[in-house]
Design a protein around this ligand. Structure first.
Ligand SMILES: Nc1ncnc2c1ncn2[C@@H]1O[C@H](COP(=O)(O)OP(=O)(O)OP(=O)(O)O)[C@@H](O)[C@H]1O
Length: 490
């Protein structure tokens, strides 16, 4: 069973990047720290003690029983230590995850941090989170010291009691002196070894809890997964008709805030459909549902009359889609590899990559670089490139998939006028032969779409061509007026 979690799981604050990194580091280290040599030490301690007790019983069972009185002390101390650690660990973990969240957020957004000049305040927040973690761990540490002392002292105490009793047995019951020494040495050595081994017990308890958390995460059944009714449809590729039927949806992290309320919408094959509407009305959410980043709470989405939840596997569905976002995520790899990420199902030959780059208007830029397609992009999402260059690489990557459906989420909104023109030209060429759903804020960029759908209050408020909507003088017209007052022409 796949344990790749759905987007909604990552939206929860306890599963943020920082929290997950902290959990991965601490839980895996805890499991690793309680295996290998530590496990060997425990086995050695237990077997030495067993052998020691056996020998001691053989030579003097009375002396052995008296000496073993210290064992419950040791065990009690270990239990207490484990209990104290468990409580401290839980509180410390939460505080460390918070600190890690602050650090990860700052590193991911290092440019913004610099530009806003908030380095000191980020450092202060990180310091405060670390201090909170230390404060939460302090009570546990204070108790652990004395408890550890008891564990170490108990065998010595047992040794003293055992020698005193040995003196009594030698004097009153003729226990040979050599036996007394043999028994006490066998027991003290065994008890020391056991105490040393058991001092690791809290680590084992912690490792068990960490292991359980890892296994729980791996076993979690993702909410978005391929349904048992779905078939692979190996030879199928979509024509590109999409239907949203009566969709209602709220994000799992905000289940009480409905975003879509019974929305229905049809995207005809090979058409270009623009989604417009006020900010936050749910345009990107529709794309999220189509990609099955989330599943709708009710209603259905179909692609070529195949229900995307019931009839299609996740890989088959997503293979039909090519997404271009406002700013593409590029990796610190070569340009060739970055474009090839578009199709991980095979080794993509260079000529296909070049073809996609040509379609995306980025080939001549790439060949102008000294290393061409072998140029390694800087870290931080291709920071060595301009916005327009990055966007065209993102388009090339999407086109490499030969998607039946091109999903464009404000693809030109982060670009200057000159870059926008080149990117727009690349997109228009790409959209010509396939179904395209485009989200745009600037209505001028989608004026020529076949259908423009205005989303408002979780439903399609109106739809039609630009001219039809202008004639209707509805919400589209109002938005148009807000963007370019006085624009009444059709
Ligand atoms: N991952 C998420 N978890 C919770 N709420 C979300 C999430 N993503 C979006 N939302 C909320 O859902 C609503 C719709 O968001 P969406 O991004 O679909 O709007 P949009 O129309 O694309 O907005 P914009 O035009 O500003 O990009 C908003 O109120 C937003 O705050």
């Amino acid at each position: 069973m796949s344990s790749l979690q759905e987007q909604g799981w990552f939206d929860l604050s306890q599963n943020s990047v920082g929290a997950l990194c902290a959990r991965l580091a601490t839980d895996c280290a805890a499991v690793q720290g309680a295996t290998g040599t530590r496990l060997g030490t425990v086995l050695q301690g237990v077997s030495t003690m067993t052998l020691g007790v056996g020998l001691a019983m053989f030579y003097s069972w009375k002396m052995t029983l008296v000496s073993l009185l210290s064992v419950p002390c040791v065990m009690g101390g270990i239990y207490l230590e484990g209990y104290v650690n468990k409580r401290a660990e839980r509180r410390e973990r939460a505080a460390l995850e918070q600190a890690s969240r602050v650090a990860t957020e700052a590193v991911l957004n290092v440019r913004t941090v610099h530009s806003l000049g908030v380095e000191e305040s980020v450092l202060a927040r990180y310091g405060a989170a670390l201090a909170a973690a230390a404060a939460r761990a302090a009570p546990g540490r204070r108790v652990r010291g004395p408890v550890y002392g008891v564990c170490v002292c108990a065998p010595t105490l047992g040794y003293a009691v055992s020698l005193a009793y040995a003196g009594y047995l030698i004097a009153r019951e003729d226990l040979p002196y050599a036996y007394a020494i043999l028994v006490s040495e066998a027991l003290i050595y065994g008890a020391w070894m056991l105490a040393a081994a058991l001092s690791f017990a809290p680590h084992f308890a912690g490792a068990r809890r960490s292991g359980a958390r890892i296994v729980r995460a791996l076993r979690r059944r993702p909410r978005v997964a391929t349904a048992p009714t779905a078939s692979a449809h190996h030879d199928w590729s979509a024509v590109g008709e999409v239907k949203f039927s009566n969709i209602s949806f709220a994000y799992p992290s905000r289940p009480n805030v409905p975003v879509l309320r019974g929305l229905s919408l049809r995207v005809p094959p090979k058409a270009t459909v623009a989604l417009v509407g006020p900010s936050g009305c749910g345009k990107s959410t529709l794309l999220n549902l189509l990609m099955r980043s989330y599943d709708a709470d009710s209603g259905s989405v179909s692609l070529d009359d195949k229900d995307i939840q019931r009839d299609l596997t996740l890989p088959r569905l997503r293979a039909q889609l090519g997404l271009v976002q406002q700013e593409p995520s590029l990796f610190s790899r070569t340009i060739q590899e970055n474009i090839a990420y578009g199709d991980n199902s095979r080794d993509v030959p260079l000529d296909e990559i070049i073809e996609a780059a040509k379609q995306a208007n980025v080939h001549s830029f790439v060949t102008g670089l000294p290393m061409g397609y072998a140029t390694v992009l800087g870290s931080g999402s291709g920071s060595s490139l301009s916005g327009g260059q990055k966007q065209r690489l993102g388009i090339a990557r999407a086109l490499l998939r030969r998607p039946a459906l091109l999903l464009l989420d404000e693809p030109t909104s982060a670009l200057d006028a000159a870059s926008e023109k080149t990117v727009q030209a690349a997109l228009e060429a790409a959209a010509a032969e396939r179904t395209t759903v485009i989200i745009a804020h600037r209505l001028a960029t989608v004026r020529h779409a076949d259908i423009i759908c205005v989303i408002d209050k979780g439903v399609v408020a109106e739809s039609g061509s630009h001219d039809e909507l202008v004639r209707r003088r509805g919400l589209y017209w109002t938005l148009l007026q807000q963007q370019s007052p006085g624009a009444t022409s059709t």
